[in-house]
Every structure is written in C-alpha cells, then in structure tokens.
Design a protein around this ligand. Structure first.
Ligand code: ARG
Length: 369
C-alpha cells in the first residue's frame, strides 16, 4: 500500500475514533489509537470494532446533506455482516433485511453491512422494470436493459410494476437473484372521497432500500451496505407517480376525479397532484404502514438542526433535496439556508450507476483487495 494512502487512512481513522469516543463517552481512546496505528503500519489497513461501525453508520446518516429524515439517526439499527462476501449468502440476508425493516408495517431504519469485494448493482433493492414500450418505471430503463443482458427474462406480459431481480457482483461475475412476493410489501392506492381513484390501480412498494451508496467510515469503505428508512409521501405521490419522466399519472388522476383538463389555468395538474398525495397518505394509513408527510418531516428536520447546534455540530444540507416538492413554501425549510461540504466523513458515497461500473468490473476497494 502506498505510503500516502496509508497516511490518509490513519488520518481519517484518528479523526473518526476521536469523534466516536467523544460522542459515546467511550474510555481508552489512546489505547485504541495506538492499536489502530500499529495495525495500519503492519497490514496497511485495520478493522473497525462492531460498535465503531455501528456508530460510524449513524454518523454517516447524520451527515447526509440530502436527507430530510435525519432526526432519527440515533435509531438506526446496523447489522454487522462483514463476515459475508458470497452473493448467495448476501442475497439471503438482503431478504432478511426486507423483513426486519418492514417490522409488521412499523418500518424501522436498518442497515446491513457486508464484507469486501462484492456490490449490489441495483440502486435500490426494490425497483420496477422500465420497458422500451413506455410501460413501467422509465427511470429504470438502463437497469432493466442491463438485467436483460445478464439473462433476465421479463414476464410474458410486461406490466407497470414488475419487480426487477437483484444483480450482485463479486470478482467480476454478476449473478441474478429473484425476490418473491412476500419480500416486496406494497400498498395499493385509494382515495378517501373518490371511489373512482382505486380504478387507476396505482401502487408502490413500502420500503426504499438504497443499495448503491458505499459507506465511508474511519478511512475504510464498505461497498455493500444497503440501508432503509421509510418513505415521505411526496417521494411517491409528487415524484415517482407524478413526474412526466416517471409514471406520469396526473392526467389519469385528473380524469378519474372529473377535473377540467382543457385549460392549464383550471390548475387541474396541481389539484390532481394534491389528491394523489392525499390518496397515498390515506392508503398507507389504512394499511397500517409507516409513512412520513412533508409537514411533519420538515418540522422534524428543523428540530434536528437545533439539536445538532446544541451539541456544537454543524449541519450540512442541500436545500433542493430537503425542500418538499409539494407546497414547499408551507414548510419551515423554505426560508432556511444550507451549506454542503463534500469532504465530511463518515458519509454515504455516490457510486457510478452499477450497470456502467460493472462493464469494467467493480471498482476495487483499495483496503480489502
Ligand atoms: N426517493 C427515493 C424513491 O422514491 C427514495 C430515497 C430514500 N428515501 C427515504 N425516505 N429513505 O424511491
């Protein structure tokens, strides 16, 4: 390992261990620093203790400039599965992740950290196929094409919500794994006042599990560390189903609700958007599935900022991601200003789309070979 890489691992390790010991009142910092320094000198790298990894993952969430749900960072549960590096074993634990995070509808924030040398190519564990004929989720066209090239056969009659298989890559080899129906909890949407709404057959999955962001803690990088929380209704109702480049459902919603779509100035789009949001909140509530709303999550974010400030920590933020796409000026985030510093660690890193990275093999993790 080059001297400067080793030096930067040690610098990050030192900064992280100091923060970890200070935040958790963990004693014996100096002894731990001496051990880690010696381990790096001898092996070029080091291992985090489980408790360090767990706290580091929470810090990475706390540092995520684009996440509006960060008030809950102390509640993250981390499964230390670093001993697993074999795709089939990892897939079994990904299914378990889906079940544990689901928690009977009372979704709990969960991360599963796997061993080195393997990565999940899908950007989320649950993704709907996007087809050339326009059916499905257009955002997932490239991923769908990649999976087809890897041997996946779409259903004989492609539908709008075909769950994609997972592509797991280890040592340059991609393997596909199929989730079953019980793994993928979904909520079908109905509207509390408009019976016609249910006829649109709209639905979404309950659990967003990000699977393409490496976790960086203490100078180490964990490529395979999927994590999940719960949705804000706007993600589904004001973006996934509403965006013209996604499911583009506002015209259909407007028709089902009898809105005047002849003139833009009737604001039929805005009304359809609002009713779609009402329907998603209503349907998750009726189904007993945890879901945030943009008012509550924005207030919680302001509380998070205040709490962080009291502990003397700066809060990074990216306004365009924190602000609600629905009624933004009704939330307290509207008048606030944020700054972002890419160098903050621990962090979740952005990776190239997996299907691009996969062509030349995975980016090798420098610390684990
Ligand atoms: N916006 C993404 C989606 O609609 C999910 C991002 C993570 N969201 C969350 N609430 N944890 O699938």
């Amino acid at each position: 390992m080059p001297q400067d890489t080793q030096a930067s691992v040690w610098a990050e390790a030192r900064a992280f261990l100091r923060a970890y010991h200070a935040e958790t009142n963990m004693p014996n910092l100096n002894a731990r620093l001496r051990d880690v320094e010696a381990e790096i000198a001898e092996c070029g790298s080091y291992q985090l203790l489980s408790a360090e990894l767990v706290h580091g993952a929470k810090m990475a969430w706390r540092n995520s400039a684009r996440c509006v749900g960060r008030l809950h960072w102390p509640a993250l549960t981390v499964r230390d599965l670093r001993h697993l590096r074999e795709p089939a074993a990892i897939f079994a634990e990904l299914r378990r992740h889906l079940h544990l995070a689901w928690n009977g509808g009372q979704l709990q924030p969960l991360m599963s950290v796997f061993g080195p040398g393997v990565q999940i190519i899908n950007d989320q564990l649950i993704r709907y196929a996007g087809y050339a004929n326009g059916s499905g989720d257009p955002q997932n066209r490239a991923l769908t094409d990649f999976l087809c090239a890897q041997g996946w056969t779409p259903p004989a009659e492609p539908g709008p919500y075909d769950v994609l298989p997972l592509a797991i890559e280890a040592s340059g080899q991609v393997q596909l794994y199929h989730l079953v129906r019980e793994d993928v909890r979904e909520v079908s949407f109905s509207h509390p006042e408009s019976p016609a709404f249910a006829g649109l057959n709209l639905k979404w999955h309950a659990l967003p599990v990000i699977s393409d962001m490496p976790l960086s803690v203490g100078g180490l990088q964990f490529e395979c560390a999927p994590f999940s929380g719960w949705y804000v209704q706007t993600e589904i109702a004001a973006r996934n189903l509403a965006d013209a480049e996604r499911y583009d459902q506002l015209p259909a919603v407007a028709r089902a609700m009898g809105l005047d779509t002849r003139r833009e100035r009737s604001l039929w789009r805005d009304r359809a958007l609002l009713e779609l949001n009402v329907a998603v909140l209503h349907s998750f509530d009726v189904a007993g599935v945890r879901l945030a709303d943009h008012h509550r999550v924005s207030r919680q974010f302001v509380r998070f900022e205040a709490r962080e400030r009291r502990t003397g920590r700066a809060v990074q933020g990216r306004w365009s991601w924190l602000i609600s796409p629905l009624s933004p000026a009704l939330t307290p985030i509207w008048q606030r200003h944020y700054q972002e510093d890419a160098a903050v660690r621990p962090a979740f890193l952005k990776r190239l789309p997996g299907w691009e990275g996969a062509k030349g093999g995975p980016a090798k993790c420098p610390f684990h070979g």
